[in-house]
Ligand binder design. Structure first.
Ligand SMILES: [Zn+2]
Ligand SMILES: [Zn+2]
Length: 366
């Protein structure tokens, strides 16, 4: 079938909105009509040339939609089902899946980084040449085909534009708090960077019952948003030293420090904000080749540092939980959506993201 999609060809160029051929779902695959796809910093990293990606690619990996057709053997969804898409289609059988860490799945991560289905090929093409699918999704398109393992069925009264945000930003942020750090009630938390994911770290900390939640950014309107999402304190890092400020607010440092930007300097800041025995969680995506230096003496105080990939997601469990939290009024999603763009406006959406104007924009392709 013919579909409309936003295609990445090379860094520092606008995405091209054009018609592509979409092959129907093969065995174990699902055709999805995209209702909405969030505009995420990871997409921007490719456009800005910070992280390499297969070219050409349909970007977009934070999407939800409706199942239109299924390939042979698909059992978990059927036409008409509403689904959130996962950019790590976990196989369920590799060593990581078996031990309960499906976000590290060997096969799902390989497909994600190649931008293909599990068999190593994409379903989009233009003039007979393959067009890859970011995160095995390619959500900036009117329709896409994804692996069955990349679909999570949700209840039908959940608004699909809100549900889309669960596919990356919300899962990554809330999951880093609940799954990766397992923040304890009453503990102190610092969050460095209050973009779409950082705000979800803030609200994850609030959901976990953290005591002080200190949000750090250089933009006043993001700090204001962080307050709405549950921050008890804010620090404007353009005006004062954020490490000193955090250690003043939470004497000795915080129990958990989250870095949600992906820069070596801010990883170091987050590490220095954590107290003795404290945990630093790096959520931000660093540019390719970046290295971080840390004071080795700090390890004598049992400080630890870890990464968090996709918020430690176990999508079939976590997505329905997040849906229930939203439907019962305890998870903020409406407040995250700053703007809605048609597919043709996608480059404007990325410009707004680059300028720091939005928490999240969503694209509605049809
Ligand atoms: Zn993302
Ligand atoms: Zn696996």
């Amino acid at each position: 079938m013919q579909v409309k999609a936003a295609v990445f060809y090379r860094p520092h160029e606008p995405l091209a909105v054009q018609e592509l051929e979409l092959e129907g779902p093969r065995a174990g695959e699902v055709l999805v009509r995209i209702a909405a796809c969030g505009v995420c910093h990871s997409d921007l990293h490719f456009i800005d040339g910070l992280v390499p990606i297969a070219s050409p690619s349909v970007l977009g990996h934070e999407a939800a939609g409706v199942v239109e057709a299924v390939g042979a053997g698909v059992a978990s969804v059927q036409p008409g089902d509403h689904v959130v898409l996962s950019f790590i289609p976990s196989c369920g059988r590799c060593q990581y899946c078996v031990v309960g860490r499906p976000n590290l799945c060997t096969i799902g991560n390989r497909a994600m980084s190649r931008g293909t289905m599990l068999d190593g090929t994409p379903r989009f093409a233009r003039e007979g040449r393959p067009v890859y699918q970011m995160g095995s999704i390619g959500g900036f398109a009117s329709y896409t085909v994804v692996p069955e393992a990349g679909c999570v069925k949700i209840r039908e009264d959940m608004p699909l534009d809100r549900a889309a945000l669960l596919g990356c930003g919300v899962m990554t942020g809330v999951g880093a708090v609940i799954n990766t750090a397992r923040v304890q009630a009453g503990s102190d938390v610092a969050v460095v960077g209050c973009g779409g994911v950082g705000l979800n770290v803030v609200q994850g900390a609030a959901l976990a019952g953290a005591g002080r939640i200190i949000a750090i950014d250089v933009l006043a309107h993001k700090l204001e948003l962080a307050r709405q999402f549950g921050a008890t304190h804010t620090v404007d890092a353009s005006r004062e030293d954020p490490v000193e400020a955090v250690r003043r607010i939470s004497p000795g440092g915080v129990d958990y420090a989250f870095e949600v930007i992906g820069r070596p300097e801010t990883v170091r800041q987050a590490f220095d904000m954590a107290r003795r025995g404290g945990l630093t969680v790096v959520v931000g995506v660093p540019p390719a080749g970046a290295e971080v230096s840390l004071p080795a003496g700090a390890f004598l105080t049992e400080k630890t540092i870890t990464g968090s990939a996709y918020g430690g997601a176990r999508m079939p469990v976590d997505v329905p939980r997040l849906v229930e939290l939203y439907m019962s009024g305890r998870l903020k999603l409406d407040e995250l959506i700053s703007r809605v763009y048609p597919l043709e406006g996608i480059n404007d959406a990325f410009d707004a993201l680059r300028r720091g104007e939005v928490a999240r924009s969503i694209v509605t392709p049809l």
